[in-house]
Design a protein around this ligand. Structure first.
Ligand SMILES: Nc1ncnc2c1ncn2[C@@H]1O[C@H](COP(=O)(O)OP(=O)(O)OP(=O)(O)O)[C@@H](O)[C@H]1O
Length: 313
């Protein structure tokens, strides 16, 4: 059931606007890949190209090794939510799903299964026109899940949702990835991907800026720094420097140590009998890591097409 999304040297131009500019990345099964970049970076165009809705000018996008047009049962191979508003307002949620299921040869019972999965039971028989944004997102996700596909793509799924809706989507995409699916989820806000993405593909102006695991990105941005509080500053500096750490004084009783893990610092100071009251590893947030990553990139500078939003949720 496992499958990947492979984007290879993808290029798409609209008139003189280069929306996607030689982009390559892979979305692996069993993890949530966050697809991040400011407004206009080319995320939607890439996703539309993967789904065969935009025709690339160069390169290719493959799902399980094949182009979308070559998929025999597309809904069983990839599920996508691109635009939650794309349901006719007079149609009832359940009828929308029944219609989709029927036109793709999917059994009726699967409709009630996905309604249950996304928690839409109480609203499923109401007209979609009266749905809140959160309900429309759930309906769109239910539609994406109908064919039980190994690959899922959600374009800005938490955009405009309330805290409860955001929390639900975060948990839900993690569950889908744990089931072995390849999940690609786009956002223009890094903070929206905190706690849900395992891997990140960062783009700016249609080009790849970073393709990294969240853990690696955070560890690089955290810079291996440890904050140390001690009343014996000079002794601590001497002992730690002798053991190979770089030590800088921050204040009267605080030091920043690099090049040595917290446990080792505790052991070295303990052996030397140097008193200390706090040893704390610096952990960068995803937002800090993102800022560091994109600091030198013109795509994200104030002169770029749009500033990066950094608001907390
Ligand atoms: N159908 C189209 N016709 C003309 N230009 C387009 C079209 N679709 C996208 N573009 C342009 O291509 C660029 C990339 O747009 P795209 O929607 O892919 O970015 P995005 O990263 O998804 O942005 P957002 O977060 O705002 O959705 C933008 O400059 C956009 O104006």
């Amino acid at each position: 059931m496992e499958a990947t999304i492979e984007v290879r040297e993808l290029r798409k131009q609209f008139g003189r606007t280069v929306a996607v500019d030689g982009l390559s990345f892979t979305v692996e099964p069993g993890q949530v890949t966050g697809f991040v970049g400011p407004n206009g970076a080319g995320k939607s165009t890439t996703m539309r190209s993967i789904l065969g809705l935009d025709t690339p000018d160069g390169g290719q996008a493959l799902i399980g090794g094949r182009r979308y047009a070559q998929l025999r049962t597309p809904l069983r191979e990839v599920g996508a939510l691109l635009d939650a508003a794309a349901v006719h307002p007079s149609r009832r949620g359940r009828d929308h799903l029944l219609w989709l299921a029927r036109s793709h040869g999917i059994p009726r019972r699967r409709v009630d299964e996905v309604i249950g999965q996304v928690g839409l039971e109480s609203a499923a028989r109401r007209r979609a026109g009266g749905y809140s944004l959160g309900m429309r997102q759930r309906l769109g996700i239910a539609a994406a899940l109908l064919g039980d596909p190994p690959v899922l793509m959600f374009d800005e799924p938490v955009n405009g949702l309330d805290t409860e809706g955001i929390r639900w989507i975060r948990g839900f995409v993690r569950t889908l990835a744990r089931e072995g699916r390849a999940v690609l989820i786009s956002s223009h806000l890094m903070s929206e991907l905190e706690d849900s993405a395992d891997h990140l593909v960062v783009i700016g102006r249609g080009r790849l800026i970073a393709d990294t695991s969240v853990a690696e990105l955070l560890s690089a941005a955290s810079g291996d720094r440890v904050a140390l509080r001690t009343t014996a500053r000079t002794d601590a500096m001497g002992v730690l420097a002798r053991e190979g750490a770089q030590v800088a004084a921050d204040g009267r009783d605080s030091l920043t140590v690099t090049g040595m893990r917290a446990e080792r610092i505790t052991a070295v100071l303990g052996t030397a009998g140097v008193p200390f009251s706090e040893v704390r590893e610096h952990r960068a947030t995803l937002e800090e890591a993102y800022m560091e990553l994109t600091r030198d990139s013109v795509e994200f500078a104030a002169t770029g097409p749009e500033p990066v939003e950094t608001g907390e949720l």
